[in-house]
Design a protein around this ligand. Structure first.
Ligand code: BJW
Ligand code: ZN
Length: 246
């Protein structure tokens, strides 16, 4: 893959780089995405599962879905994309990784400066007393009850209609505003407010690059689109960055 002259110039001069990742970044590890064929939403509409009312009306069903995903996520390993992003962190003065993913693969790949916008599937808490339960048995298909108060335990993720963690969101917005180079990788850019981040970066003067296997609703508004698998492109990009900046 040939990178454009514009992108090469930006890589040379960039002081502050921000990256927004979505489910596509973990696809090459074997984690299903949400909105692609074969994705998580193919059998269920998002509102059937990823919202509080669905959980309250059938906690075992929604919990079972998260347990199934936990099983997948525990078996998979970070791919070249996660590893390349972890290595990029030290190649720029400031590098912020903002993720919508709840699968913990960026952390497992070695990234340090991670902002999680939609929570993390490895954390769970009691709805009643807020006690956290992070080391749970993935084979238990029925929803867990709190040992202290008997309340039901939910995953610490952000469902539709729920606010994103305030600090994480404001940090992400700040990163977008301050970055001079911004990458939007493996996300359909359909879920707000995360989808606003590339646009905030663009409006604030950043050069915004999308990496995706296919065009998204946002592609036309960005500076450059790199089409292909994020694992492959990020590996090539890392080599280019090392060549230019080392
Ligand atoms: C590859 C690849 C490879 C594949 N290489 N690429 C403004 C306008 C309209 C609506 C709203 C708005 N503001 C808020 C809303 C409502 C709502 C929303 O956005 N709705 C839209 C769907 C219309 N947002 C919310 O409710 C948010 N809360 C909120 O705004 O609070 C304030 C508020 C409250 C009440 C009323 C109003 C405001 C919360 C959103 C929470 C999202 N939660 C989920 C579930 C998390 C837990 C879990 O995992 O179970 O987060 S939904 C799901 O979507 C998950 C993801 O993080 C998120 C984004 O998905 P992502 O990552 O983009 O995945 P896909 O599958 O969509 O795309 C994958 C991409 O990868 C594709 O493009 C592929 O092509 C690509 N790809 N393989 C590179 N190898
Ligand atoms: Zn409790």
């Amino acid at each position: 893959m040939q990178f454009s002259e514009n992108l090469i110039k930006k890589i040379k001069s960039a002081q502050n780089v921000s990256v927004l990742t979505g489910a596509g970044v973990s696809a090459e590890s074997g984690v299903p995405t949400f909105r692609d064929p074969g994705g998580i939403w193919e059998k269920f509409r998002p509102e059937e599962l990823a919202n509080f009312n669905a959980f309250i009306s059938d906690p075992d069903f929604v919990w079972g879905w998260y347990q199934h995903r936990r099983e997948i996520m525990r078996e998979v390993t970070p791919n070249h994309g996660h590893l390349a992003l972890a290595e990029m962190e030290s190649l720029f003065n400031e590098f912020n990784l903002i993720t919508q993913n709840i699968d913990n693969l960026h952390k497992r790949a070695g990234s340090k400066n991670i902002t999680e916008l939609h929570g993390n599937i490895e954390r769970n808490y009691c709805l009643k007393c807020r006690t956290f339960y992070n080391d749970i048995d993935v084979s238990e298909k029925k929803v867990l009850k709190c040992e202290k108060c008997g309340g039901i335990i939910r995953p610490d993720v952000v469902w539709f209609g729920e606010m994103l963690p305030e600090k994480a969101l404001s940090h992400a917005e700040n990163c977008a505003k301050r970055s001079d180079l911004f990458f939007s990788i493996g996300t359909s850019a359909e879920v707000y407010p995360a989808a606003l981040l590339p646009l905030i970066a663009k409006r604030s003067g950043a050069y915004v690059v999308e990496i995706n296997i296919k065009p998204t609703v946002m592609s036309m508004d960005l500076d450059e689109v790199l089409t292909g698998k994020s694992g492959e492109i990020l590996n090539l990009l890392l080599n280019k960055i090392k060549e230019i900046r080392n």
